[in-house]
Design a protein. Structure first.
Lengths: 878, 285
């Protein structure tokens, strides 16, 4: 027996034994209750059952300190043995003990069966659950059949109360089975960071409440449906034939249930996912319920019961159990028992109340069928929410183990400003500088900072001033014209021109030894139209780096159109420090910026940020230039590759549209990746940002095809390994290319579904443990188009080449032999791969591939690639 | 829901005062702040025992930490960068000399954080590179084909032999190989002078270069070795004069090209930081 078989057979046998015991007791209870007390006490029995179960769960959790679900199960089974034995010993003594037996049977079932599933949930990741829960559940269905058969046989041989003794014996067997067979191991759960544990628990409890609602509404609808069936059969079948009819129907339904459990359930889960599979039963209920309500046709009721009997204890039960798998055990272990108890018994109790109420109003079976169908509609609605919550629960669980990425700089409210202002006033220079940066982020430089004792703080404040000096700042600065620090003096002079200070004194500043001060004075006096001033400004613009910097800074205090040419000249002077200062000025005064002159600076990593700030300030005017450059095939790659991120910084609605449209047609791989990142950032910052999904879906299909191609080729190339380092290199490239293509596919999905945890799913596949991968698959199944999800998982899964090819289907390319494989690799879009493969062909003297080498040596390709092909061709003949 | 803004703001303000984060963007600091926890250590308590791997970086807010390398780190210094990135067990315990408060950043989160914050990664890379300027990496002899000019595979092989790029993914290395420029210098050519800002690494294919210090000391660099690697990563000025003694062929990697590759492949940046940390931990204190 394999490990997988054992994982199925052992728990299936435990459930089998539990259900044998339960069926024996159920038969005894029905017979004794109806015979001794009559049906009018049924509702009271249900209420007593639910109350007793809740009390028992609370008691076990509170006083017995049992939280390990396996121990809880064994404890409940032990209680079942003891209690059932006691009832068996006394049931003959008093008719009223039939009530106790009735409550006891339901009470024990309410505790034991959910405890069993809770224990199994602990040892199963979601992927396993989908595969094996159906088979485990089949053990239960079979147990119910066998238990009913045994009860039938025993019922003919001994009085009914001896069935209780048989039930006690069966529970004892189930207890031994549970002790020996229920797995002790728990799968490693996805760890949550300490800071996120409480948040995840809160979300999980909310999710469990949603599952409780799901359980109540589904039980309610199914109970009403069952009642309609029984009532119709009772109305239309002769009373003497009822027992036989029910016997045949239940045997048939159990058989159907067993077949569905074993053959259909796993396939439905694999194909439709949990949410899809769980819609089958309510759809049948709604269709058949409304069908009967409208027509009164018997076939509709039979269809209803077929759906109920065939799917309730198989597909529905197993699906409901799987819904609990994403819940962390610390919430699930306690919450599930309570939710199951309230859900099942509560749903039944509500259904019973509805029946009583409608009976009082004289409702017919068709009326009740309509109510059941309406309940089915509510069930579908609740299921829609639960499906979303199910995937969200996986996402939240994954994200609870990750760093927080969605962190924004806090906005500056009154308290924050007070805190920062206090820090700015602090004599500690470093703290004051840090606080200034934060205040500048909120465009709030306090004027009094210019009286700070540390000149470096005042200088930093000056550097952070945006645009023209505000009047209050200018007023403060104008008092500092005699300051010892030339930069501060320069700023003060610039301010003085705004506040109308003594021009004579300011004119004297033209003779100041420091270029900052002279530049400030020149810029201030430029408005007078004097030729000597203009000449002096031109001289500064052609001067040393310090003079150019001083001029750029001075213009920054009074950025007017008359300095446009000077700024252009300074920008073109080739000095990075000067260019940075000019870009600062242009970011503050975008009206002076000529976007095309700024564009080349996007290529420079030292100035890229400054250039981007200019484009941000330019807004739509900047976007037009950036888009034009992206579309222009002559734009240098060094610039082009940084355009997407620059465009995304603009955060204009058009930016996303431009980038998304461009994506499927981008010929440069690195630019393509940058577009993806830029779009990802835009959508992460604003998930509501409108985006056209069509080009993204087109790109997604291509990315998955690329991933499938590289995965298939990598599998094939491994067979060609012959000790050659070049083959190893080709394999390495293919693996790397596959990884990149997968990353692109996930990035695209993340852009399409920015809130669904696609990034977390990608990371989970990379980490590769069962729990994370299981969660990632569920997220992927929810967000990816169905034709994409399968192949994408086939690429990332650890599979044999044959398995992968089978699962990839037509996504897997075909290469008949080694030469065909190498020819296909030579035609790959990856230049690196083509170069290395060309080298390998030369190394192995594969002259048969010479025509392919000739053909693929594109005359307009990059020189490095052409050289690789030329060298390969030469070597082939050498 | 609790408003976390003041907490994040205070943390950002505190982080901004750290030298190493001086050039980081505020958004990066906010993310860093959100993923840290505050820790307190009384004077004399052990922050991390000897023989263990450090589980977190400690951004020291106040107090003082005695490190295993016998340094005393005070406020606004970061303890643990070298140990976390070099993945070494601590040779001695790290101890709080005075009552000390730190922001802890879990070692397991550092990669993810840097992956998300290129500005912080670059700052850290520059800081560590600055500290190893002047170190000599072991020579890696070049046994390539010496094709003229170098083919793509030759470039890959040459780059991969460099310790700083040894663990780069193929994609990152291929990107760098494409961005490289093959250059030649005649004998006597001065390649770099002291004081000039280093803006390119030259990995030698063939020839010989003299690296001459102010004190007249000379180190001979040959094929397979790299010129001005750390200075370029640190964006620091050259401290030596590099002069070709024979005809030299080299692969030039501009700092812009290297940074571009790291921006797209942060795994390369992290590997380089790890290598720099290893160099620093292996050096005498």
């Amino acid at each position: 027996m394999t490990a997988v078989d054992r994982r199925v057979v052992a728990p299936a046998f435990v459930l089998f034994a539990i259900l044998v015991a339960h069926s024996l007791l159920e038969t005894a209870r029905d017979a004794l209750f109806l015979a001794r007390l009559g049906p009018h006490l049924l509702a009271a029995a249900y209420v007593a059952m639910a109350s007793a179960a809740l009390l028992a769960i609370a008691a076990v959790r509170r006083w017995a300190r049992l939280r390990d679900p396996r121990r809880v199960l064994i404890a409940f089974l032990a209680v079942a043995v003891a209690g059932t034995t006691a009832i068996a010993a006394t049931i003959a003594a008093s008719p009223s003990l039939a009530f106790v037996l009735y409550v006891w049977t339901g009470f024990i079932a309410t505790l034991v069966v959910p405890s069993f599933w809770t224990a199994i949930d602990r040892s199963s990741a979601v992927g396993d659950a989908k595969r094996v829960f159906g088979a485990i559940g089949a053990g239960g269905v079979l147990g119910a059949m066998v238990g009913s058969a045994i009860a039938g046989v025993l019922g003919r041989l001994v009085p009914a109360h001896f069935l209780v003794t048989a039930g006690a014996l069966a529970f004892a067997l189930a207890t031994v089975a549970a002790i020996t067979l229920v797995p002790r191991t728990s799968i490693a759960e996805i760890p949550a960071k300490r800071a996120h544990v409480e948040g995840l628990s809160r979300k999980s409890r909310r999710y469990v409440r949603a599952l409780l609602g799901f359980a109540i509404v589904s039980t309610f609808a199914l109970t009403l449906g069952d009642l309609v069936f029984k009532r119709v059969i009772a109305e239309r079948i002769d009373a003497s034939e009822l027992a036989v009819t029910f016997g045949v129907i239940y045997t048939g339904l159990n058989t159907i249930g067993l077949v569905i459990q074993l053959a259909v359930t796993p396939r439905l889960f694999a194909r439709w996912g949990v949410g899809g599979a769980l819609t089958v039963l309510p759809l049948i209920l709604v269709a058949s319920g409304f069908g009967f309500a409208m027509t009164g046709a018997l076939v509709a009721v039979i269809a209803l019961k077929l759906g109920d009997g065939g799917l309730r204890h198989s597909l529905h039960r197993v699906g409901s159990e799987i819904l609990y798998v994403p819940v962390p055990s610390r919430v699930r272990d306690g919450g599930k028992l309570v939710a199951d108890a309230i859900g099942q018994r509560g749903g039944q109790a509500i259904a019973a109340l509805v029946v009583f109420a409608t009976a009082a109003l004289g409702a017919t079976a068709r009326d009740i069928a309509a109510i059941a169908a309406a309940g089915g509609v509510v069930w579908l609605v609740v299921l829609w929410f639960v499906r979303r919550a199910y995937v969200a629960q996986f996402r939240d669980t994954l994200q609870a183990g990750e760093i927080r990425r969605d962190v924004a700089i806090p906005s500056l409210d009154a308290d924050a400003i007070a805190l920062l202002s206090e820090s700015v006033a602090c004599p500690d220079e470093v703290e004051a500088l840090a606080a200034l940066d934060l205040l500048a982020h909120g465009s709030r430089i306090p004027p009094l900072v210019f009286f700070h004792p540390q000149p470096s703080v005042v200088r930093h404040a000056l550097a952070l001033l945006e645009g023209e000096l505000p009047p209050e700042t200018a007023r403060v600065l104008s008092h500092l014209v005699e300051h010892a620090d030339p930069k501060i003096r320069a700023a003060a002079i610039a301010a003085s021109f705004r506040t109308g200070a003594d021009r004579g004194r300011l004119a004297n500043a033209l003779a100041d030894p420091h270029p900052e001060v002279r530049a400030a004075a020149l810029v201030g006096l430029a408005g007078d139209g004097r030729r000597d001033i203009a000449t002096a400004i031109d001289a500064l613009a052609l001067g040393s780096t310090a003079e150019r910097l001083a001029l750029a800074e001075a213009i920054g205090f009074a950025p007017t159109a008359r300095f446009r040419r000077v700024l252009d000249d300074l920008l073109a002077c080739g000095d990075a420090a000067v260019a940075r200062q000019v870009l600062h000025v242009l970011a503050r005064a975008p009206a002076l910026a000529e976007p095309r002159r700024v564009l080349p600076f996007v290529a420079d990593p030292q100035l890229r940020g400054d250039a981007r700030r200019v484009f941000q300030a330019l807004g739509r005017r900047g976007l037009e230039v950036l888009v034009g450059a992206l579309d222009d095939p002559w734009t240098p790659l060094a610039v082009r590759r940084h355009l997407p991120r620059t465009i995304s910084r603009l955060a204009l609605p058009d930016a996303a549209k431009v980038l998304a449209t461009r994506l499927p047609h981008e010929s440069d791989g690195r630019t393509e990746l940058k577009i993806l990142r830029a779009l990802g950032r835009l959508r992460a910052d604003d998930p509501k940002l409108a985006i056209d999904p069509a080009p993204l879906l087109e790109y997604l299909r291509r990315a998955v095809r690329d991933a499938a191609r590289y995965a298939t080729f990598a599998d094939a190339m491994r067979d060609e390994r012959d000790g050659s380092p070049t083959v190893d290199l080709i394999c390495e490239i293919l693996v790397d290319k596959r990884r990149t293509a997968v990353e692109r596919a996930f990035r695209t999905l993340g852009i399409l579904h920015p809130r669904d945890g696609v990034r977390s799913a990608y990371d989970a596949f990379a980490i590769g443990d069962d729990a994370r991968v299981g969660a990632a698959r569920e997220i992927l199944a929810a967000v990816a188009p169905s034709e994409i999800a399968g192949p994408l998982v086939a690429v990332v899964d650890d599979l044999t080449p044959d398995q992968r090819r089978a699962r990839l289907g037509d996504f897997a390319p075909v290469a008949a032999d080694r030469d065909a494989l190498l020819a296909a690799l030579l035609a790959d879009p990856s230049e690196s791969l083509r170069c290395v493969v060309a080298g390998y062909i030369a190394e192995r003297k594969l002259v048969g591939l010479e025509p392919d080498l000739e053909r693929m040596r594109t005359a307009d390709g990059p020189s490095l690639v052409m050289r690789a092909f030329d060298q390969a061709l030469e070597s082939l003949h050498g | 829901m609790v408003d976390e803004s003041p907490r994040v703001l205070r943390r950002v303000l505190a982080l901004r005062t750290f030298d190493v984060l001086g050039t980081a963007e505020l958004a990066e600091l906010a993310m860093l702040a959100e993923n840290m926890t505050e820790a307190s250590f009384t004077a004399g308590s052990v922050i991390a025992p000897a023989g263990a791997r450090l589980r977190a970086l400690h951004f020291i807010l106040d107090g003082e930490v005695a490190t295993p390398r016998r340094e005393r780190l005070g406020a606004r210094r970061v303890f643990g960068v070298l140990d976390v990135f070099a993945r070494r067990e601590l040779s001695a315990p790290a101890i709080a000399v005075r009552d000390t408060r730190t922001f802890e950043l879990q070692a397991a989160d550092v990669k993810e954080i840097l992956d998300e914050n290129f500005g912080v990664l670059r700052a850290l890379l520059q800081e560590l590179a600055r500290r190893v300027v002047g170190y000599a990496l072991p020579a890696t002899t070049w046994v390539g084909s010496l094709a003229r000019p170098l083919g793509f595979v030759d470039r890959l092989t040459l780059l991969r032999r460099q310790p700083m790029y040894a663990s780069a993914t193929f994609d990152a290395l291929a990107m760098l190989a494409h961005a490289c420029e093959e250059v030649a210098f005649l004998p006597g050519t001065t390649i770099a002078r002291p004081g000039d800002t280093a803006n390119a690494v030259y990995t030698m294919v063939e020839g010989s270069i003299h690296a001459r210090g102010d004190d007249g000391s000379i180190r001979v660099l040959g094929s397979g070795e790299s010129v001005a690697l750390f200075e370029t990563l640190a964006a620091a000025p050259h401290s030596l004069t590099f002069e070709a003694r024979t005809p030299v062929r080299a692969l030039k990697q501009s700092s812009a090209a290297i940074l571009d590759v790291i921006e797209d492949h942060t795994d390369l940046g992290l590997a380089m930081i790890g290598e720099l940390a290893r160099l620093l931990t292996e050096s005498p204190a």
